[in-house]
Ligand binder design. Structure first.
Ligand SMILES: Nc1nc2c(ncn2[C@@H]2O[C@H](COP(=O)(O)OP(=O)(O)OP(=O)(O)O)[C@@H](O)[C@H]2O)c(=O)[nH]1
Ligand SMILES: [Mg+2]
Length: 153
């Protein structure tokens, strides 16, 4: 089974770049041609992993692409609740998706071990954790040939 990873926007591409051993596409322009070229590239694969941070343009592109792809798993990062505008946009985006795995930045931020970190190091650490979880989901998928077993974190 051929698996590709597509990371949309800043959060999505930052996470996707940390995933090893699979073909990774980072998506930072969302015009008609870029999205169509991406869809053409992704059509060569049997299963697509889609990743984005909610509340921005990347997640909108992810939604558009995901509606055109059958075999997929979607991973999303939920903004911090202080990011009010993004949180509002995130709600609408979530409503237009059926099945996804959500990583809540608030939950990570409430863990004391991150409090001394800069926001950059915090996000970098979280991105490593998310990338590891996705890699392990892909390996499970390849072993079992079935995405139903993927556990929500
Ligand atoms: N895990 C992680 N989350 C991030 C990162 N950068 C931003 N986020 C979160 O993801 C949400 C979406 O932000 P971006 O990824 O910048 O959104 P975008 O898709 O680039 O869209 P725009 O910035 O609106 O053009 C933000 O509200 C942050 O909470 C990152 O590097 N890693
Ligand atoms: Mg951005």
């Amino acid at each position: 089974m051929r698996v590709a990873v597509a990371g949309f926007g800043d959060a999505g591409s930052s996470i996707a770049k940390k995933i090893r051993n699979f073909d990774v596409y980072t998506v930072l322009s969302y015009d008609f041609n870029s999205i169509n070229n991406l869809l053409r590239d992704l059509s060569e694969y049997d299963f697509i992993i889609l990743i984005a941070g909610l509340g921005g343009n990347g997640a909108n592109a992810l939604i558009e692409v995901s509606h055109k792809i059958k075999n997929k798993m979607i991973y999303l990062v939920k903004p911090l609740s202080v990011e009010k505008t993004r949180v509002e946009k995130a709600k609408k985006q979530i409503n237009s998706l059926e099945k996804f795995i959500l990583f809540e930045l608030d939950k990570f931020a409430s863990d004391e071990k991150y409090w001394k970190m800069t926001i950059h190091d915090f996000l970098d650490t979280i991105d490593n954790l998310i990338a590891k979880k996705i890699e392990s989901d892909i390996l499970n998928l390849l072993t079992n040939n079935n995405s139903d077993n993927i556990q929500k974190s």
